[in-house]
Design a binder for this molecule. Structure first.
Ligand code: SF4
Ligand code: SF4
Length: 179
């Protein structure tokens, strides 16, 4: 089984939000809610300021607390590629998963279930990239199997320095930001 992840090049991201629009369109995300978003982080002082622009979403963690705490099994790791998903009709909307996620990646859909990024599993299952990956005009994203030594994502992570978010939380995030 694959173990899908994403590498995102922070040197290429210009914060255009095409990934955000593509996700909302592809997945019918309701008005006012987002499965992905843009974060800005600055460091240093003028004139040596560094600004990182990041496309963020669920990290599809290797050790997902949102799955461990779910009382119904609605939150689960899928068989396609360790993608963390929610079975909508098994979700009781208790919000335990929202509280457990250190990345604030989840929200409650107006229909009452917990929702978040799915890595566009419906597309990935057909051999396609997630919508955000496909539309990015600067080609920030590399998506693929982290356990495949020949995959593009494995090669880019071997050749470039990168970081993941909130690694101290012990969740094992699978989204990497290339420095
Ligand atoms: S980022 Fe949050 S919602 Fe996504 S797998 Fe990790 S803990 Fe769960
Ligand atoms: S809100 Fe739904 S998916 Fe989240 S923990 Fe509760 S039952 Fe599970």
């Amino acid at each position: 089984m694959a173990r899908y992840g994403m590498a995102i090049d922070t040197r290429k991201c210009v914060g255009c939000m095409d990934c955000v629009v593509a996700c909302k369109t592809e997945n019918g995300v309701p008005e006012g809610l987002n499965r992905d978003w843009i974060a800005y982080e600055s460091a240093g002082k003028f004139p040596t300021i560094h600004m990182e622009i990041r496309s963020e979403r669920c990290n599809h963690c290797d050790n997902p607390p949102c799955v461990a705490c779910c009382p119904t099994g609605a939150s689960h790791v899928d068989d396609l590629g360790h993608i963390v998903l929610v079975t909508h009709n098994a979700c009781i909307g208790c919000k335990a998963c929202l509280a457990s996620c250190p990345y604030d990646a989840r929200f409650v859909h107006p229909d009452g279930y917990a929702d978040k990024c799915t890595f566009c599993a419906h597309r990935v299952g057909e051999g396609l990239d997630p919508a955000c990956v496909m539309v990015c005009p600067t080609r920030c994203f590399t998506f693929g199997d982290l356990d495949d030594p020949q995959s593009a994502i494995t090669r880019v992570l071997e050749s470039r320095r990168g970081h993941a978010l909130l690694t101290d939380a012990g969740t094992g995030p699978r989204i990497f930001y290339l420095d």
